[in-house]
Design a protein around this ligand. Structure first.
Ligand code: NG1
Ligand code: ZN
Length: 550
């Protein structure tokens, strides 16, 4: 151990700790890029240890801050199954990053001892990074960190999307094909070929992709090549002139409920936005009256779940398909799923919760409203679909089981994936021969509003029932309930953000005016009952006050 300690002490000297306390949250560590170097180096150490603890299987390390501004950066680890790092290790990561420089070698030794790994054990860490200028520098920090643990190698995959790196880790450990573009493209083409478009169909394969000026722009170009003539993607916000995530990308479009301002969109054009690391996607379009329509994760989930269910029925396969949402799912989307008798589960915010819950279904479709999601197939579903495909007679065109089999191969079963999700949406639209308006018309969303409130300590807010109700402070939920009761189709909940130092307020109601009104009043209730700090949110004037004339 002495020799290992020496090299770690040397590394620590090169990457001294910055002041502050740091927490491995739902998105790993995420901060201003200037403070990330020592964090990434220490996460390199941890990734190497994790690989050893997992019997030498490959683990991943991704350098990205997703939809955050370009000045930020972040790091998260990928477990051998391609999913997020096991929750139990979040505390270990937080501890390792917060110990003083002089205690890093000791902390590493403690982890090795606790999990019974020695110097001789081997391991390997796959590293990927986004397009941020700071990501190059942080890559060096990550590789240095890995080198501090004996017998663990690192492999740099360059600039890749987050889901691509997750895919590579999963594929390697499962001994499956690691040719990401070929896997998506080949399977896409096979399904698309079996879903011919009739003359006068409302569906065409033309899609405009907003690449968020990030890694997703290059991904869209690759995807376009991989899918041949069945898809025709054109890319805006491709990073050649604009700034990463600035006035573009999935988070901008979803949060502002508007299109990126730097482009003229054609009426009824089908467009989608990726986020900065290409693990989220939302669709949108402007209609003939220049009105913006958002087709977010909720609508994507309904579309994909129905596509799968139709194919299952056509193939006479009985498997239970469920959709996992969070409290942010629009009430109208939840109603549609209920009407169509599609089972629903609701979890706390954060994809790790949704991913976990989706495994309760034989086929689990999960999406956050913000566009992060994917489809998981259980072993039973995989086997039944594979067997049914084998039993189908071989013709030029795939039968329903064959279509489902190849559709299943497209899904990134490790994590949300803009490119894979785009393909799943496009095939569902192609089968229905729907335009974007046809899709949008399936479900009319309730107008909604999201606000942020600053409080002295957001952790004073405790929630239950998948974050839909507040338990502490005790006066807050009764206050929200009495406000909600005043609004037609009103619904509202509040929760502390896991990624920002704010309390998030969500409200929906029958009109945009009333949704905004409810949100503003709930924000005031949070401020008053949960130790608001700074400026109190503006209390809106009573609705209809202006209309009262005597
Ligand atoms: P927080 O800050 O905890 O609300 C946000 C998103 C999550 C998830 C994480 C991780 C919303 C309302 N919240 O979490 O869905 O994507 O970031 O990036 O969109
Ligand atoms: Zn992302």
């Amino acid at each position: 151990m002495a020799e290992e300690g020496h090299s770690i002490d040397g590394l620590v000297q090169g990457y001294p700790k910055k002041d502050g306390t740091f927490e491995y949250g739902t998105a790993g560590f995420r901060k201003d890029a200037e403070v990330m170097d020592f964090i990434v180096m220490r996460m390199g150490l941890l990734a190497a240890l994790r690989s050893k603890v997992c019997g030498g299987e490959v683990v991943g390390l991704v350098i990205t801050a997703s939809h955050n501004p370009v000045k930020d950066n972040g790091v998260k680890l990928v477990d051998p199954d391609g999913g997020m790092m096991a929750e139990a290790w979040e505390e270990i990561a937080t501890h390792l990053v917060n110990v003083n420089d002089g205690d890093v070698a000791g902390a590493v030794g403690d982890i090795a001892k606790r999990f019974n790994v020695d110097d001789a054990a081997t391991g390997c860490v796959y590293i990927g990074r986004d397009t941020r200028p700071s990501s190059d520098r942080l890559l060096q920090a990550a590789m240095q960190g890995v080198s501090g643990i004996p017998n663990v190698s690192s492999q740099d995959f360059g600039v890749v999307s987050t889901p691509h790196l997750h895919f590579l880790v999963r594929a390697h450990n499962l001994k499956q094909s690691s040719d990401y573009w070929n896997v998506i493209g080949e399977n896409y083409q096979l399904v698309a070929k079996s879903l011919p478009i009739s003359d006068g169909s409302a569906y065409t394969g033309d899609v405009l992709v907003d690449g968020a000026n990030g890694v997703g722009a290059g991904c869209a170009v690759q995807l376009n090549k991989a899918c041949g003539d069945y898809l025709n993607l054109s890319v805006i916000n491709d990073g050649t002139t604009g700034v990463l995530n600035l006035d573009c990308g999935a988070d901008y479009v979803k949060s502002n409920q508007r299109e990126p301002p730097n482009h003229e969109f054609l009426p009824n054009q089908r467009c989608c936005s990726f986020d900065g690391d290409a693990d989220r996607i939302v669709y949108f379009s402007k209609d003939g009256d220049n009105v913006f329509h958002l087709l977010d994760g909720d609508k994507i989930a309904v579309l994909i779940a129905e596509f799968i269910m139709e194919l299952l029925e056509a193939a006479s396969l009985h498997l239970n398909v469920g959709v996992v949402q969070t409290a942010y799912a629009n009430g109208a989307a939840t109603n549609v799923l209920e009407e169509r008798k599609i089972p629903i589960a609701c979890t706390s915010t954060g994809v790790k919760h949704l991913h976990h819950k989706a495994k309760d279904f034989e086929i689990g479709v999960y999406f956050e409203a913000n566009g992060h999601g994917t489809v998981l197939y259980s072993d039973k579903a995989t086997k039944m679909i594979t067997d049914a495909k084998a039993a189908e007679s071989e013709t030029d065109s795939l039968g329903p089981a064959g279509q489902l089999y190849h559709y299943m191969q497209i899904s990134n079963q490790a994590v949300g994936d803009s490119c894979a999700d785009l393909c799943m949406v496009e095939l569902a639209l192609r089968k229905k021969q729907w335009s974007v308006q046809d899709w949008d018309g399936q479900c009319k969303f309730l107008p909604n509003r999201m606000l942020k409130v600053k409080v002295a300590d957001r952790r004073v807010i405790k929630t239950t029932n998948a974050e839909r109700q507040v338990t502490e402070p005790s006066d807050l939920q009764p206050a929200i309930d009495s406000l909600v009761a005043e609004y037609e189709q009103g619904r509202s909940f509040v929760r502390p953000s896991g990624t920002e130092d704010v309390v998030r307020v969500y409200a929906e109601a029958n009109t945009q005016v009333t949704a905004d009104h409810l949100a503003a009043r709930v924000a005031c209730a949070v401020f008053d009952n949960a130790g608001g700090s700074g400026q109190r949110p503006q209390e809106p004037s009573p609705l209809g006050a202006k209309r009262v004339k005597h």
